[in-house]
Design a binder for this molecule. Structure first.
Ligand code: AMP
Length: 280
């Protein structure tokens, strides 16, 4: 089924009002396009919970710094519509930047808590305020019952969950496990930037996290396990931003022996920045 594509908030609301009148529930899957099976898996999971699924496509200028890849971020709307239709998305909302940020727009969301724990926020200081602002707008515009987010962007999932709770937005945020390539590399729109050699090296990020998780489970302390993982990535040619073990909920530095842990990493391979995380 070819999903309907709308570009304005007014058209979006006409569709959702019809669903509500019929008593249907719906989930939203926010994306920046360049759709891959990680995204379509979020659609599949949305369809398990709700009667209808909206996927949004918006490459949000507010979450890119001037030095980042906004201009060259991969875009393929026709391909996206086809893949999302095949996955069962009913409606695609793909607004222009002017629809999301009309002239004079002056309100942004400022975060603390999981947004200020020294992970992505340390290396991309504008990122989460931009994400939170656009995601809050999408939640208000769609009025969806559920929001599907990937664990792939683990800190983002925690930030959005916290924001929804703090702002009393009536939507349930659902975290969905990371979809991986056959060799374990997390699917990402940015993987297309990797050269053939880098693509082969890239698997080291997942392997190093797996090794660190095994070592922690066998009793080695998390700091020493993540230090080894960092060294392993450096030897493989990565420039490492961080490899760290954090409390799986608060993302704070662990204080006790029995806390649930999440291993989280970000590292550059050439000009491409990769992120990944796994449970311990
Ligand atoms: P993006 O368009 O890359 O910003 O991602 C849109 C949504 O898809 C976010 O909730 C991501 O966490 C999620 N996502 C991206 N890659 C994956 C993946 N490999 N597995 C699961 N979810 C993903």
């Amino acid at each position: 089924m070819k999903p309907k594509l709308v570009r304005t908030i007014a058209a979006l609301r006409r569709e959702t009002a019809r669903w509500r009148a019929e008593g249907l529930t719906y989930a939203v899957v926010p994306t920046m396009g360049a759709i891959h099976s990680g995204h379509t898996h979020l659609v599949t999971e949305g369809l398990k919970r709700a009667d209808r699924v909206i996927t949004t496509i918006f490459v949000n200028p507010q979450q890119f710094a001037a030095t980042e890849d906004l201009g060259k971020y991969p875009r393929d709307e026709d391909g996206d519509v086809r893949k999302l239709g095949k996955a069962g998305t009913h409606l695609i909302f793909s607004p222009a930047p002017e629809e999301m940020y009309p002239a004079g727009a002056a309100t942004t969301i400022t975060l603390s808590g999981p947004a200020k724990v020294g992970l992505e926020d340390r290396f991309r200081p504008h990122f989460f305020d931009g994400v939170a602002t656009v995601v809050a707008k999408l939640f208000i515009q769609t009025g969806a019952d559920f929001a599907m987010f990937g664990e792939k962007d683990y800190q983002q999932l925690k930030v959005v969950t916290r924001m929804v709770s703090d702002l009393d937005i009536p939507i349930e945020v659902i975290g969905v496990p990371t979809v991986r390539e056959d060799d374990g590399l997390a699917k990402s729109s940015r993987n297309v930037y990797l050269t053939k050699t880098e693509r082969q090296q890239a698997i080291a990020i997942y392997r190093s996290l797996q090794t660190a998780a095994e070592r922690i489970r066998s009793g080695i302390n998390p700091q020493s396990a993540t230090r080894s993982a960092t060294r392993m990535l450096m030897v493989q040619g990565f420039k490492v931003d961080y490899v760290t073990a954090r409390n799986a909920e608060s993302l704070a530095i662990p204080q006790h022996k029995d806390e649930p842990l999440r291993l989280i990493a970000a590292a550059w391979l050439g000009k491409t920045r990769l992120i990944d995380n796994i449970a311990v």
